[in-house]
Design a protein around this ligand. Structure first.
Ligand code: THU
Length: 161
């Protein structure tokens, strides 16, 4: 039977991370301030390192019409694509914070964000590393975003491939 295995690194602290990984994670943490989450009280922020050295970030942006809430990951990915079109994304760090339920584990991107991460990798023809962290606790590093969406829908089927 075919089998899909998800490989990732898990670290107890940021000490083992590279300088770039630390810098992106730090920026994500800073970006939690930008979260507009009055309905859930759940702050999410994502920071992105581009191949031109730029680091940018985004946070979740909620709306009283709940389904319109924008996830931090997609805000950051769309910001990167708009401000720096055709510049590859090397890595994205995502962090979460909640007053009511302090986050002791990393939260991973929702299904919709996984789709956008995967399609961004296809578009840029190179993987993006994903770094996940809660307010405390372990850090998870995933080498290629697309591994978070096994057997995902992709544009090949639209093109009859
Ligand atoms: N959220 C994100 O920003 N990223 C995810 O991958 C999952 C959920 C946000 C959306 C909403 O503002 C809040 O978290 C609660 O779902």
């Amino acid at each position: 039977m075919p089998e899909i295995v998800l490989k990732y690194q898990q670290y107890k602290s940021a000490k083992k991370l590279s300088k770039s990984q630390k810098a992106v994670l730090k920026e994500a943490k800073k970006a939690l301030k930008k979260s507009y989450s009055p309905y859930s009280g759940f702050q999410v922020a994502a920071a992105i390192e581009l191949s031109n050295g730029v680091i940018l970030s985004g946070a979740n942006y909620e709306n009283a019409a709940y389904p319109l809430c924008l996830c931090a990951e997609r805000v950051a990915l769309a910001t990167a694509a708009s401000l720096h079109p055709n510049v590859a994304i090397i890595r994205m760090a995502v962090t979460v914070k909640s007053k009511e339920h302090p986050q002791t584990k990393p939260a991973s991107p929702c299904g919709a964000c996984r789709q956008v991460i995967m399609e961004t990798e296809v578009k840029q023809k190179q993987p993006m590393e994903i770094i996940l962290k809660g307010q405390r606790g372990d850090i998870i590093v995933i080498e290629e975003g697309k591994t978070l969406l096994p057997l995902g829908f992709n544009a090949d089927v639209l093109n009859g491939k």
